[in-house]
Design a protein around this ligand. Sequence first.
Ligand SMILES: Nc1ncnc2c1ncn2[C@@H]1O[C@H](COP(=O)(O)OP(=O)(O)OP(=O)(O)O)[C@@H](O)[C@H]1O
Length: 522
Amino acid sequence: MTAPAQRPTPPADAARSMEALVSLCKRRGFVFPASEIYGGINGFWDYGPLGTALKNHVRDHWWHQTVECPPLDPDSGEPLSVLGLDSAIIQNPKVWEASGHVGGFSDPMVDCRETNGRYRQDQVEVLFVEGRGAWAFPENKPDAIAKKLRKAGVTIDDGEVKNLSQVDESLYGTIVAPDTDKAGTLTPPREFNLMLDTYPGVIRNEENKAYLRPETAQGIFLNYLNVLNTMRVKVPFGIAQIGKSFRNEVTPRNFIFRSREFEQMEMEWFCSEEEAPKWYDFWKHERMRWWESLGIDQANLRFRDHGSDELAHYSSACVDVEYRYPFTAPGFGELEGVAHRGNFDLTAHTRASNAKLDYFDQELQLRLKAEGVGKDEIKERSRYTPHVIEPASGLTRAVLVLLCEAFTPSPERSGSDYVMKFKPKFAPVKAGVFPLVNKDGMPEVAHKLYMELRQRFACEYDAKQTIGKRYARMDEIGTPFCIAVDGDTLENNVVTIRDRDTTQQERVGIDRVAAFLAEKGC
Ligand SMILES: Nc1ncnc2c1ncn2[C@@H]1O[C@H](COP(=O)(O)OP(=O)(O)OP(=O)(O)O)[C@@H](O)[C@H]1O
């Protein structure tokens, strides 16, 4: 008996809040649908000025904490070695054959013969009501689900909900497909490859077919030897990179959660087989600590260990860091995977390319010698293909999480419906500088302050509209501080700084403003 499936119906207010968030992101310049003036293109998004700033702040924080200032070795207390990389998006297609992506990077899909709708099998939930029938759900459309069930005269509590991937195909004939009222229109599942292809060069034929990378990780394996030979590192060490990846997702959805072009932040940690379990545990907890450092509420984060049936054949452990997205609530969805990949990738590339991607561990050799181990055994054990621990996360998914965390309805405030409560470090704009009124010498003083502050902080100068409207706009784009130059500034050199979250105001000497912003973590 399988565990009861989670209810497919997200709370209606969560769906509505997602709608409001998407609309705010567009209205305020965070994220726009790609090619919007041509009707858009499914699964692609453009990051506007504020979304780009937010994304860059997250990217820089990851890079700083992973490459420039990585965690300390738990045993020696010395910094770990992690080196940065920026590999090509398009590589020799043999790479993706060796890695298993050409043959096996696919999702099982079912089609509806009636509507031609195509669904990922594991993203369809089915309600079985004994003696009445079975209804498949269009995911995350609570209103449509409610309507469909009402029409059928059943409620979600009348039966049992199962994921379609756990339903025997012989029962497909009884299921009403997600977008029809007819039973039995779903086809059996078929594998659908997620690789997007392209044809570099002048001739467009199978021989010249190449792929847009579906993950940044393989670029790291391809450069393992280059880094080892040039950077004076020894195992254990890591190689990290941030960059675009592409997947022909069948059902891109939930805003930027699942898109066809997205950005990843991945690190491959090369270590000995013996130490791999220790490093797996280490990186698992380090990664959670990192997510918490973004200011995400701990209650919205959790680990989910993969069951043995989910693990790739070469992997001995994998855990997801999950976040409670509005569209998964009360459940969670993936944000990052930390995988123990064994030495599958390096071994596969060794086999396919004939390059020697192994490692001679001099320290291990000396240790074994001191332990009195025999010559042949030393030789065999001190040359090996490193094992790998891989923390792999989505940069664009991280942006979505920060947007969801920050998004706070503010019915008590006039002028803005929402406040985006970003941690100051990640806020796209750190401070708004306003003259209280656009006269009496205030604009000149405010503009001078703005010109100084912008050397260190992303600031905006705004002298238009009422002060209330200026505050409201800053609240909606998540600017943590607004600095008003008023009569008191002209007389006493003090400005009024308003805190976005509390709306409390504080008087601060004009020459202390930069220090104030720095102290607040801007
Ligand atoms: N289509 C996508 N759009 C946005 N981010 C993605 C997408 N696919 C993967 N990611 C991000 O890259 C990370 C690492 O990729 P990985 O291959 O482990 O994902 P995955 O397990 O296939 O994700 P999912 O189960 O959500 O499809 C994911 O945790 C996620 O944050």
